[in-house]
Ligand binder design. Structure first.
Ligand code: MSP
Length: 655
């Protein structure tokens, strides 16, 4: 990492509505990047905030019967609370209605006006209210806005314009000679394609107050307010002291990474650089556009009712698991799909099974075979082939994570860490410390467990920026504090004799019943290390029966029965749910199943399915469900478990 500082920004979010998953994603991504850079010891600044002017906010205020400023003050709290909940570590939060921002916007406008970069003119053309953008007639697609497809209005008015068109050739050249400026590459090509095929227009930077009053007054004409984008983009520099504090400004600007969603590419790669050029300010190093979160394959939208609420996800599944899923699941640049099924699958497999299980196995065995203390490493600890191989896998996770931060491929970094975690679980299978212990090979057991713990130390450090809470918990088990990245390549950092704490279950498994994911059970309280802390050797879970494995008796407690589906209908207002009437032997029951996306009601009637018959009944969407049916699911396919041959009656025992 060559740069001596790191400045990362998110878009500033409109306060017309509460935050959604798109806002949460960009902010978590920026947070993860900021945390990695801080760990690397690089001076870091992380800015986020809210975009509080313009038509969208004014309209929301009108709808809610509020003054625009009240609308802002009420909604900004939702963002601030969410960032707190999601453990976001921004250094500043800027609101565009703050005086520190407004004053500078006016100074910039005055300066550009004085230098004839901004001029007044009569405008006749087309305007899209939704996008708040002007278009010439030939840009329209059958009379509609080329960006959002909504109807564009013909308009005629006097306005102020920024001479953006003067910078077209310069901008093309800049983008071509600075390949890092717009990332991923295909987004640079998108902007270039547009710049090379269309004549760049001057940018209308004002709105007559008669039409829109909610904005920053133009300093040279009080009949107008500033166009919301011209105002908003400047937040990236007003927040860090532009025109007020040169020391602070020069310390952070140009920004290293400006993160945006793909829909605001033009404003950030055409308006913003030309504005900066006219102001004589250098351009940010990289504008990075990520893709969109979809619900399944569908765009999220309020009208479809499929918008994921980040606060709810954090409450149901835990903040760190939510952060992990978002970063692991999206290849930055591409769209990604959010479904609860995918969430639960990844959570259970990566976090509950692989990582959580590894921690409890390691701790339990340290308790049982090493008296609850870290055994220390003989000098030959890395001399065996399996040990060498394991440590190499851990080190390749370090290398992959390092390079993935620079290239914004954090999901690959996480994959490499999880691969290393799985390697440790495999290493246990190869070394079988429980057999080593039985055979009295004390030193060998010590090496095996110490290697696992050292691997966990490194993996938890790599995962720390993504899951700060959980990784702190994990690390405290081995007496470790905040990670020190310079120690990642060193073997043997945990001190011999360190008492090993009791972690509780780091990631309890989540069951996704047919309809809805069950919330996480209450997390066991963290045991304090030291006095009074339960020693690991007292823990009841046998290392040979790792987390996620159940006993024969436990299986026998689950009563699986065949059932005949007598009737089926959709549940109103819940597009995933079917209400089934089933028969288990003599008994009739009602069951709510989340299979409506895969089965029309008619297709299930008459089928013999398999149900968990002794599940406590529950209300789903207020309707009673007495049992759970079994399905097989892979990717986006799902099929009911049925019987191979019809039996004389329903209610047969499934064993
Ligand atoms: N206020 C402007 C940005 C001004 S920056 C100087 C704005 N605000 S927004 O609230 O509408 O959107 C903010 C960000 O959320 C954008 O980057 C947008 O791409 C992102 N997302 C909105 N929906 C999204 C998804 N479904 N998925 C991922 N991000 C998406 O635009």
């Amino acid at each position: 990492m060559a740069d001596e500082k790191y400045y990362v920004t998110t878009p500033i979010y409109y306060v017309n509505d509460k935050p959604h998953i798109g806002h949460a994603y960009t902010t978590i991504l920026a947070d993860v990047l900021a945390r990695y850079h801080r760990l690397l010891g690089i001076p870091t600044y992380f800015l986020t905030g809210t975009d509080e002017h313009g038509q969208k906010v004014q309209q929301a205020a009108e709808k809610n019967g509020l003054m625009p400023q009240q609308q802002c003050d009420q909604t900004v709290v939702r963002f601030q609370e969410l960032w707190k909940r999601l453990e976001i570590t921004h250094d500043d939060f800027i609101r565009t209605t703050e005086p520190r921002h407004k004053v500078i916007v006016q100074e910039v406008l005055q300066d550009l006006f004085d230098r004839d970069e901004i001029y007044r003119a009569d405008y006749q053309g087309w305007y899209c209210v939704g996008c708040e953008r002007f278009f010439v007639e030939k840009d329209l697609v059958e009379g509609n806005c080329p960006e959002c497809g909504r109807k564009a209005d013909a308009i005629q008015e006097t306005n102020y314009f920024f001479r953006m068109s003067n910078y077209q050739d310069w901008l093309i050249d800049y983008i071509e000679t600075h390949p890092e400026f717009i990332q991923p590459d295909f987004r640079a090509n998108e902007t270039l394609g547009f710049l090379k095929t269309k004549k760049l227009q001057d940018l209308c930077i004002s709105r007559p107050k008669a039409r829109l009053a909610w904005g920053i007054d133009l300093p040279f004409d009080s009949d107008f307010v500033t166009y919301v984008w011209f105002d908003a983009l400047l937040n990236y520099i007003t927040a860090i002291g532009y025109r007020r504090d040169d020391v602070q400004f020069n310390q952070w600007w140009p920004a290293t990474h400006q993160l945006i969603g793909k829909d605001i590419l033009t404003t950030h790669t055409v308006y913003w650089p030309t504005m900066l050029k006219a102001m004589g300010v250098p351009l940010p190093k990289t504008v990075f556009a990520h893709g969109w979160w979809l619900t399944g394959r569908t765009k999220m939208s309020k009208s479809l009712g499929n918008v994921v609420n980040p606060m709810e996800m954090a409450d149901r599944f835990g903040v760190d698991a939510f952060r992990y899923f978002l970063i692991a699941e999206m290849t930055v640049g591409q769209d990604a799909s959010f479904t609860e099924e995918a969430f639960v699958r990844r959570y259970n497999s990566d976090l509950a099974n692989d990582l959580g299980n590894l921690l409890s196995r390691t701790v339990n065995m340290l308790g049982r075979y090493c008296d609850g203390k870290f055994p220390g490493l003989g000098k030959d600890a890395l001399s065996g082939a399996p040990e060498k191989e394991l440590w190499a896998a851990v080190q390749s996770a370090v290398a992959e994570m390092e390079s993935s931060i620079d290239t914004m491929r954090l999901n690959s970094g996480l994959t490499a860490v999880l691969t290393a975690v799985r390697k440790v679980n495999q290493y246990f299978e190869i070394k079988q410390p429980w057999t080593q212990a039985k055979e009295g090979k004390t030193e060998a057991v010590g090496i095996t467990l110490a290697l696992a713990a050292e691997s966990l130390r490194v993996c938890s450090a790599l995962l720390y920026p993504v899951m700060p809470e959980k990784m702190s918990e994990l690390r405290s088990v081995f007496g470790l504090g905040k990670p020190v990245l310079s120690q990642l390549k060193t073997f043997g950092v945990i001190k011999s004799g360190t008492p090993v704490g009791s972690p509780g279950i780091l990631f309890p498994r989540v069951e996704l019943n047919n309809a809805e994911a069950t919330p996480l059970p209450p997390q066991p309280k963290k045991e304090k290390r030291g006095e009074g802390a339960a020693s690991a050797k007292n823990m009841s879970i046998e290392p040979e029966k790792p987390e996620g494995i159940i006993t024969y008796d436990e299986v026998m407690n689950v009563k699986l029965r065949t059932a005949k589906v007598l009737a089926a209908e959709r549940v109103e207002g819940a597009d995933k749910l079917l209400k089934l009437k089933i028969e288990i032997g003599e008994e009739k029951r009602q069951l709510i199943a989340g299979i409506a996306l895969y089965y029309e009601p008619e297709r299930v009637i008459g089928k013999t399915i398999v149900v968990v018959a002794n599940l406590k009944s529950a209300k789903i969407r207020g309707i009673e469900s007495q049992g759970m049916l079994l399905c097989a699911s892979v990717g986006d396919r799902l099929t009911l478990i049925t019987v191979d041959e019809e039996l004389p009656s329903s209610g047969a025992v499934v064993k």
